[in-house]
Every structure is written in C-alpha cells, then in structure tokens.
Design a protein around this ligand. Structure first.
Ligand code: G
Ligand code: MN
Length: 576
C-alpha cells in the first residue's frame, strides 16, 4: 500500500513539475508531457478515492459497533495519521461507554432485584393480612351464632357440640362426666324489681363467679334467661360433682350490689351423670332438668342428683368434708409410722409416716377415704402443712432420744406437689426446726410425676435444693418416661405392693419386680419394696438385691408413742 502511494506521489510530482515547465516554457510541451500530466491526475484521483474509502469503512465500523453495541469490536488502526488519532479517541470514548454501560447494567440489575423482593414481600403481606382477616371474619361469624351475646360464654348450641364430643371421648376412655344445670331462684322477682339492665349486670357477675369455681377443663355455657349449664369432664366418682355444686351455690349466694342496694340471690342445681343417668346428650339434658325441678321443689338453694343413691352418697361426702375441716382444729388427725428395714444390715433405716383420722363417732378413717376429699376441697394444703410440722418435730425428738439417722418418708399428694405454695411451706417449717433436711424423704407417686414431666423436673429440683430426699411411690403402676427418671434428682423408688403381692407365685409379678430392681440399680437409685407380707417375699427380694423392705410381715404402722418402743426391739428381732 505504501509503495503504491510513493509511486503515485512520484508520478504526480513529475506531472506537476512538467506542468509548471510547460507554463513557463511553452516549447517543452509535447504529447508525452501531456500523457504524464494525465497519468498524474489519475494517480491523484486514486489516492483521493483510497482515503475516502478508508474513512467510509471507518464510519461503517463505528456504526456497526453502535448498532450491535459490540464494544469488543474495536478499531484497529495503527500509525500516527489523523485517522488513527480519531480511532484512538473513538476507542477511548468506547472504553468509557463500555464501563458506564456495565455499571449501568449492574445498577439496573440491583434495583430490579430490590424491587422484585419488595414486591414479593408486599404481595405476601397482603395475602397473609387478607387471609387473617378472612379467618377472623369467619370465626367471628361462627362465634356469633354459638355464643351468648351478654356474657360471651358458649351458648346452648356450642355446649351441645362440646357435650356430644365429650360423651364420645368418655365412652372410649370409660370416664365419668357430669352435667350441672344451674338456675337462679326467683329471678323473675329480681327482674320485676330491678329491671332488664340491672338483670344483665347481675347475670354477667354470676357468670364470672361460676367461671371462677371451675377448673380449666370444665365447660360453662349460658342458656336462655337465668340458666347456665356446666360440663365436668372426667370426674372419678359421681358424688364428687357435689363439691362443685356446693361451690356454685356458695358463689351465687355472695352479696350482690345494684344501685347501691345490697341483696343476695340463691340458685338451684340439677345434676346428671354419664353413663349412669344416660348415654346420650338428650337423656343427660333431660335428666339434669328433672333433677333441677326436684331441687326447685324442695325450696331451692340446693343441688339434686338425678339418681337418688348418688344424692345420698354425695351428702355423706359433703358431711365428711365439713367434718374434716373441723378435724384439723380438733386434733383428730394423727401420723402413724411404719418402719423400713435395710436388707444388708437388718436394721431399721427409717419410717414412712401414714396419716390417720380418728373420727369421734366413725372411728379410724383411712386416708384413701379422705385424701381425695381434701384435694377437692383444697383442705389438702392445710393438712399437708400440719403433717410436715409433725414430721419435723418427730425427727427433732428422736434425735434427742438417740435415734438419729432415721429418715421419715412423707407423701405429697398431686395437688400439693403442683401447688406453688408448697415449696414456701416446706422452707418455712424447716426453718422453725433445726434439723438436717436429709432425714426427710418426700414420696411422690409415679402418676403425679409423670403427668407433666417437664414441670415435675423443675419442682423436683426445687425440693432437691432444700436438701430433702425424694422417692417415687407406687413405682411400676404408671407410665414412666425412663429418660426423665434418669434426670430427676431422686434417691429411691418404691415398688408398688400390687407387684410384691404376686411374689413368689405369679410369674409376671416376679419378672416385673426383678426387672424394676435391676432398672433402678442401673440408674443408681435405691429400691424399697412396699407391702411385704410373707417370709418368701423377704427371701426373694433379698435375693434380687432389693435394698429396703416395708410391710406387715416386718411391722404394721404404729403410733408415735409405740414406734419408739419398737425401734430397739425390732432392730434385734426382725430379719435375725
Ligand atoms: O401404697 P401406699 O404407700 O399408699 O400404702 C400405704 C398404705 O399401705 C398404708 O395405709 C398402710 O397401712 C398399708 N400397708 C402397709 N404395709 C402393708 C402391707 O404389707 N400390705 C398391705 N396390703 N398394706 C400395707
Ligand atoms: Mn407408699
């Protein structure tokens, strides 16, 4: 290309030279000269054309780059002529465009993504909100037809649904339930005296009071007018419903205040029991209504069971409750002590304190007869405190008499175990006597502990922190969660006497007892066998490595006075 330019340039310059010569010396003009001039002109034209083409190609490349946005296709023009300079400048501009284009693209992507995320979040929030609103609206609509407007309690429709389900459930589980129909006495008179608005306030107040006497698992509903209905789920005996009925009557008859006027109301309660008084919702409601009618007939302010025998039992039960209330004040309760023997030494290692009630006319009453009553009525907290005081006092006394190192085991009932005040009570009483808490062993039944293992673990740790020992009573009768058993701060388990009874004749009892002993030992716990009544049982249990024995064969529970006399005698004789 360069040579072509050079040749054209020489030819061109020669042409120009002859042209000048011809201009100044006309003689020199000839045909050859003319040819030379012509060829020079052609050459100059060719050079001109070549430059134009290059510029055109350059333009085309630039427009290609622009249209396709292919920044990679760069101008490759070398040299230092003007065209090359233009190309360098263009390249520099393209560089800038490329960088800012990338930045722009990056930013656009980022903003798009942010917007998309925001959009999705908004969409999600909106659907969640509308869904929630729809649920609330639906529930509200459903609730509207199923609850009482005045008290917001379930109405009859909802109560019937619940009762039907409860009947099905109780049938499967063979449980007993009670339906209590509550009607206020002479409410028409109250209405005529105080008017509708005041009546509404009274009914609201009564509904609150009723709610307060019920457990969480019971159901209270409001029927038409001045009628309420209650479902008691899973009561162990029909007569136990009387305790709730008593509380209802007492709650209704508390002082009411309307327009600064004080007055009292009474109520009547009709009770029907599943399955005793009916297997269906209709039968139960009808019979509760019949019982209510009877209660009204006998003057109101009373409750009536549909079945007369339950009524009789319930009255006895309630009488027993008021007698038990007095028993604490009248010193009719006493602790008896049954010794426990260590197999390895043959010595008494401690006693179990067992509660007895010496009723002035009924004679000795076994705890099985009054502990449920005490739990139902709440008296158990008072009785429990009394018993713990007795135990601490006894330990102190025996220490002074030279019988130190004897532990006393005391049962805690389920309600006591779960009551938040119990731990305070134990600490208070222990503070009053200067005794080592390790001589006190609290017995909690397996059933109580396993009802709610998480909360039981917390409570047991609190007991442990006081320094008392803990054992599991009636072991083997409930559903033990072995993993928890390992975590509980226990010192012993007591194998239930129902298993010991079968030793040595019932293979199942024999197998279970030896397995329980092995399990407890694996967990590092001491084993106590309860209800040991025969020499064969002693032999078998000793052979299996059982640590401690308790039962009639060794000693019956005896009074505090007698046990001191027996300590020495028993230590010498029993187990030889
Ligand atoms: O299982 P619990 O700890 O609740 O048992 C205590 C009751 O068992 C006490 O009332 C006591 O009188 C009774 N008892 C104690 N030893 C024996 C025994 O050897 N056989 C039977 N059947 N009962 C016993
Ligand atoms: Mn026991």
């Amino acid at each position: 290309m360069k040579q072509k330019y050079m040749a054209a340039l020489i030819v061109g310059l020669t042409g120009i030279f002859y042209l000048t010569l011809m201009f100044f010396i006309p003689k020199t003009f000839s045909f050859i000269t003319l040819l030379t001039i012509l060829s020079s002109a052609v050459t100059l034209y060719a050079i001109y054309k070549t430059i134009i083409k290059r510029v055109e190609r350059l333009n085309k490349k630039i427009s290609n780059i622009e249209t396709k946005n292919l920044f990679a296709a760069r101008l490759k023009i070398n040299g230092s002529d003007e065209v090359a300079n233009i190309a360098i400048n263009i390249n520099a501009i393209l560089d800038k465009i490329q960088t800012s284009s990338r930045e722009l693209e990056h930013m656009t992507n980022e903003v798009t993504q942010q917007l998309r995320a925001k959009n999705m979040k908004l969409e999600h929030e909106m659907t969640a909100k509308s869904r929630k609103k729809m649920v609330i609206d639906y529930e509200y609509l459903m609730q509207l037809g199923r609850s009482d407007e005045l008290t917001a309690l379930p109405n009859g429709i909802q109560f019937n649904e619940i009762l039907n389900k409860a009947i099905t459930y109780s049938k499967r589980r063979r449980q007993t339930l009670a339906v209590l129909l509550v009607n206020l006495d002479l409410f028409k008179l109250v209405h005529d005296t105080f008017g509708q608005d005041n009546c509404d306030l009274i009914l609201k107040e009564i509904s609150k009071r009723l709610q307060n006497v019920l457990r969480k698992e019971d159901v209270l509903a409001k029927l038409d007018g001045d009628e309420f209905i209650i479902l008691l789920n899973d009561i162990s005996k029909p007569k136990f419903a009387s305790m709730v009925a008593e509380k209802i009557l007492s709650a209704c008859s508390q002082l009411l205040k309307v327009d600064a006027q004080e007055f009292t109301l009474t109520a009547s309660v009709g009770i029907s029991i599943y399955p005793l008084d009916g297997h269906s919702l209709e039968e139960l409601l009808e019979n509760a209504d019949k019982a209510l009618f009877k209660a009204k007939q006998s003057g109101g302010n009373t409750y009536q069971f549909y079945t007369e025998e339950v009524q009789v039992e319930a009255l006895e039960y309630i009488q027993l409750e008021s007698a038990l209330r007095k028993a604490i004040q009248n010193n009719e309760l006493a602790l008896y002590y049954q010794p426990k023997f260590r197999v390895a030494t043959g010595n008494i290692c401690g006693v179990e304190a067992l509660m007895r009630w010496e009723h002035p006319t009924l004679g000795m009453i076994h705890p099985a007869k009054f502990i449920t009553l005490a739990e139902d009525s709440g008296l158990i907290m008072q009785i429990g405190e009394w018993a713990f005081n007795e135990v601490c006092q006894r330990i102190k006394y025996w220490e002074n008499e030279g019988f130190e190192h004897l532990t006393i085991a005391l049962k805690l009932s389920a309600r006591q175990f779960n009551h938040p005040d119990t731990i305070k009570m134990l600490m208070n009483v222990l503070g009053n006597y200067e005794i080592n808490p390790k001589y006190i062993e609290l017995e909690i039944t397996e059933q109580t502990v396993m009802q709610n293992v998480e909360s039981a673990a917390v409570i047991l740790e609190k007991f442990k922190a006081i320094g008392v020992q803990i054992s599991i009573d009636h072991f083997g009768t409930g559903y033990t969660v072995i993993s928890y058993l390992k975590q509980f701060p226990l010192s012993a388990i007591k194998i239930d006497k129902s298993y010991i009874k079968g030793i040595p004749n019932k293979p199942n009892d024999v197998a279970i007892t030896s397995a329980l002993i092995a399990l407890a030992h694996k967990l590092g716990l001491e084993v106590v066998a309860e209800g040991v009544e025969t020499a064969e049982q002693v032999q078998f249990l000793a052979g299996q490595g059982c640590d401690v024995l308790q039962g009639y064969f060794l000693s019956h529970p005896v009074s505090a006075q007698k046990i001191v006399l027996q300590f020495k005698k028993l230590q010498d004789e029993v187990l030889g």
